[in-house]
Design a protein around this ligand. Structure first.
Ligand SMILES: [Mg+2]
Length: 171
């Protein structure tokens, strides 16, 4: 399990991801976490930067989906509608099912998929278990669900074991 916690790539934010390079390497689909990856956990607002980013990925021929552990169906559906991308909530990441369902929905195999998320134990572990390329981003907001805050303590321990300094970018 230890190796499955290691992200393939680390960047500060989604805007630092070289999606053209991903496409060059055969990635055709991208699964993004919602809370603290695409938008801060405590808002529903979609920035123009995010809209532009989504458009840029689509223009590059990448299929994009949101996979969230959130139980707020309306919040996830609202984002799905506003960004015009496929989305699934209550994903129970790190379970593989949600990741694989999206790949199947796109008609892609796991090795054609990239996963972007801010949490090791849900996004990165789940993406790696599903056999996808994983990209860890820094959380957008310090505001988080209480359970997530506790997981951050454990996450810090594993990041240090993996010799990963989240403040450093690029891999
Ligand atoms: Mg998140």
């Amino acid at each position: 399990m230890f190796n499955k916690l290691r992200p393939d790539q680390m960047v500060d934010s989604i805007y630092d991801i070289d999606y053209l390079k991903l496409a060059e390497h055969g990635i055709k689909g991208v699964i993004a976490d919602l809370d603290n990856t695409l938008i801060p956990w405590d808002t529903d607002e979609i920035s123009q930067d995010l809209l532009n980013w989504v458009d840029a990925l689509k223009s590059a021929g990448l299929k994009l989906a949101i996979l969230s552990n959130s139980f707020s169906l309306s919040r996830v559906e609202n984002m799905s509608a506003k960004l015009d991308i496929f989305a699934a909530s209550k994903a129970i990441k790190p379970r593989r099912g949600g990741f694989r369902n999206i790949a199947a929905h796109f008609g892609l195999s796991p090795n054609q998929m990239a996963v972007i998320g801010d949490q090791l134990f849900t996004d990165i572990l789940g993406g790696n278990r599903a056999g996808m390329h994983t990209i860890l981003v820094l959380p957008l907001s310090k505001a988080e669900f209480i359970g997530t805050k506790l997981m951050r303590l454990l996450e810090r321990f594993f990041l240090s074991r993996l010799k990963i300094d989240r403040k450093k970018t690029g891999t």
